[in-house]
Design a protein around this ligand. Sequence first.
Ligand SMILES: [Zn+2]
Length: 251
Amino acid sequence: MAGAGISTPSGIPDFRSPGSGLYSNLEQYDIPYPEAIFELGYFFANPKPFFTLAKELYPGNYRPNSAHYFLRLLHDKGLLLRLYTQNIDGLERVAGIPPDRLVEAHGTFATATCTVCQRNFPGEDFRGDVMGDRIPRCPVCTGVVKPDIIFFGEQLPQRFLLHLTDFPMADLLFVIGTSLEVEPFASLAGAVRSSVPRVLINRELVGPFAWQQRHNDVAQLGDVVGGVEKLVELLGWNDEMQTLIQKEKEK
Ligand SMILES: [Zn+2]
C-alpha cells in the first residue's frame, strides 16, 4: 500500500494544501476551497482548475524515486502480488510496474471517460488539449472528457474489489508513505491474515500500527525514501536497484 509519502520526494506538489506552488497557480480561478477541484458539481460548472492540476500531473513532468523502483524490483522478482496506491501521479506506471499489478484506488490520468456518452479513451489522446489549456472534448459526442480520477462521491474503480482476494492471499504487507486516513483504503491494512508481517515505512506510526498493533508489525520511521533504501541495502539489492534506476533514466 502506498500513498503521497512516496510521491513528495519526486517533487509532486501537495495539491490539497494551500501554499504549494500548484495552489497558487489555481488562485487565478477563485476556487472556493481546495477540495472543490475534485467535486463533480464544481467540475461541470468550471472544469479549468481541475485541468490545471491535470496539466501539472500529466505523465512526463515528474520522475519516480527509489520507493517506486523498490516496488518495481519486487515486481521484477515475481514478489509483487499487487500495489494499491492512493496516488494519482502515475509514477508507479512510469517506474515500469504494469497496470495489471496496480490498483490505483483514487484513479489515473492514463485513461479518460466522456462525461456524456461514457466512452473510454487513452489519456494520451488528450495530451495536446491539456498541455494547450483546452478542455478536452469527446470526438464522438463533443461532451467534456474527464480523466479517470476519482472525485468526491464517486465510486472507487472496479479494480479496487481485487482487495477481496488479494489481501487474504498476501504473505507480507508493505505500507509505505501513507497516513492511512482515507477510507476505505486505510482499512485494507487490517485485511491481511493475522500471521502476516506488516511493514510500515513512514514518517510516523499511523492507522493500526498506532492503535491496533500486531505482534509481527514492523515500523521503520523517518524519511520514507531513506527507509526504503535501508531495506534495499539489507536485502542486498543495491546493485540491482542502481542498474534498474540507471536503465530507466536512459529511457
Ligand atoms: Zn462522448
